[in-house]
Design a binder for this molecule. Structure first.
Ligand SMILES: [Zn+2]
Length: 476
């Protein structure tokens, strides 16, 4: 059977696009840089939404919806924010056949519109904290796009919270980053390094930005989620104050945090192989597929009936499907489901029927497990958990193997070129030096890891003093 997926070692970028194409996750839209998310891709996004919605509810957040269009003047109220986002904004100048009095920006992010509303909703300490999340699309005019990883329009969630003091806002920003870490590791089976962004890499308008960074199979870093302590910048810009218990007025403290459909790109690049998509069971819409094998010994109708029974016995409900197509050879069907990343294939042939058995095949390793029919539910549950755990372990192992401690410029450049990966190096803390390192090596500071130990050293590029190592990598 001819595979239409380019092997990773031949052309990694083409491999990524082929996996998306063959798994029918997304397609290119008529407008350059935009993407159509197809049902197989959208199902993954819906699972991510469900997982996060549960976690947001546990942490006391509620969902709301704010408009797509933002008055241009709003964006200009926070100086750093407008500087950061203006170049990427799409602006609506006409509506209803007339030129608008004030141009409207299509939201690149919603801090400004949300804080304009918080001004109306917050007046007393009793109104705080205000914990709101929005699921939405946003638009940032990107010059170089890639399916899921960087598209002009994308889907995300953006949390926007308001607090009475700095401590609470700081705790909130850290708490939500921890939610993202759990999503990445416990559900997406994607290990991450959590930490603080450098001043140069932080969100436009934030005091601090926190991030989780994952390593892809080509050993590049991918920023998988961010959380910002916005300080009082947006409260100041939109004049949002509250009265404390003693009747004094204060500016409100803010956070925002988000993850996007980029996570689907991260999933693909973390787990998939040369056969196609590999999905962790916890985010796979389809966890198993039953493939009846037709032959002369048993008529097709009986095989299909038995396959349906077997599917029901798995207890997976809508997460299991039967491939009833009788015009296709088993090999073709196996290939079809492998490309789509279904974690377990259940084969049922005439001989299995006779022996009251079935065969479970793991998508991640190809391992075949012969089981008795009566055990299918428990064996399958166990197998799905094993697959989930081993995908995480495999990704962790890769991250360990390709994380290097480097102490001078020569080591830095050498490891970055071959084999590539995460570099733990000292850094003087200066933005100009960081910019120079990027210009000369293409590596950026991904984060200052939370678990970085205090350790005196020297910046390998300028010799300046450093107190801890930071994480450098080439990134998506
Ligand atoms: Zn330096």
């Amino acid at each position: 059977m001819e595979s239409r997926i380019t092997p990773r070692d031949q052309d990694y970028n083409q491999w990524y696009l082929d996996v998306i194409q063959q798994a029918e996750l997304a397609d290119y839209a008529p407008v350059k840089g935009c993407m159509v998310i197809r049902p197989n891709g959208y199902a993954i996004w819906q699972n991510i939404q469900r997982i996060l919605d549960d976690m947001f509810a546990e942490t006391g957040h509620r969902n709301a919806y704010f408009p797509l269009l933002i008055p241009e003047s709003f964006l200009k109220k926070e100086a750093e924010h407008v500087e950061g986002f203006a170049p990427e904004c799409a602006v609506v100048t006409h509506g209803g056949g007339k030129k608008l009095e004030e141009p409207l920006v299509i939201r690149p992010t919603s801090e400004t519109i949300i804080w304009s509303m918080y001004r109306k909703w917050i007046s007393s300490w009793r109104d705080l904290p205000l914990l709101i999340n929005q699921w939405a699309n946003v638009l940032r005019w990107e010059m170089r796009t890639r399916l899921f990883l960087r598209t002009t329009e994308f889907l995300w969630q953006e949390g926007h919270t308001a607090h009475a003091n700095e401590d609470e806002a700081e705790q909130e920003a850290r708490r939500m980053l921890e939610v993202y870490r759990r999503l990445a590791e416990d559900y997406l089976a994607m290990p991450v390094v959590a930490g603080l962004k450098s001043e140069r890499e932080k969100f436009a308008g934030a005091l601090h930005t926190y991030t989780i960074e994952a390593m892809m199979q080509d050993r590049r870093a991918l920023q998988a989620g961010t959380s910002h302590n916005l300080g009082q910048n947006f409260a100041r810009a939109f004049d949002v104050t509250f009265q404390d218990e003693q009747g004094r007025r204060h500016l409100v403290w803010a956070t925002s945090w988000g993850v996007s459909t980029r996570l689907i790109g991260a999933l693909i690049m973390t787990h998939s192989d040369d056969k196609g998509l590999v999905l962790p069971p916890r985010v796979a819409a389809l966890q198993a597929v039953v493939v009846p094998i037709f032959g002369k010994q048993v008529d097709n109708e009986t095989m299909i009936t038995e396959a349906r029974k077997l599917a029901a016995e798995t207890g997976l409900g809508r997460a299991v499907e039967v491939d009833e197509r009788s015009n296709l050879k088993p090999g073709f069907k196996y290939h079809h489901w492998e490309q789509r990343g279904v974690p377990v294939r259940i084969e049922l042939g005439p001989r299995d029927l006779e022996k009251q058995g079935a065969v479970l095949v793991r998508r991640d390793s190809g391992e075949k497990i012969f089981i008795e029919r009566g055990q299918v539910k428990e064996r399958l549950q166990q197998l799905l958990e094993d697959i989930q755990a081993s995908l995480l372990e495999r990704a962790r192992e890769r991250q360990r193997r390709y994380t290097f401690t480097v102490d001078n410029r020569e080591q830095f450049e050498q490891k970055l070129a071959d084999p590539g990966g995460f570099l733990l190096a000292h850094w003087c803390g200066r933005g100009e030096c960081e910019e120079k390192i990027q210009a000369e090596t293409k590596a950026t500071i991904r984060c200052i890891p939370f678990d970085a130990v205090e350790e005196a050293g020297r910046c390998p590029f300028c010799g300046g003093e450093s107190r801890r190592r930071v994480l450098f990598a080439k990134a998506y």
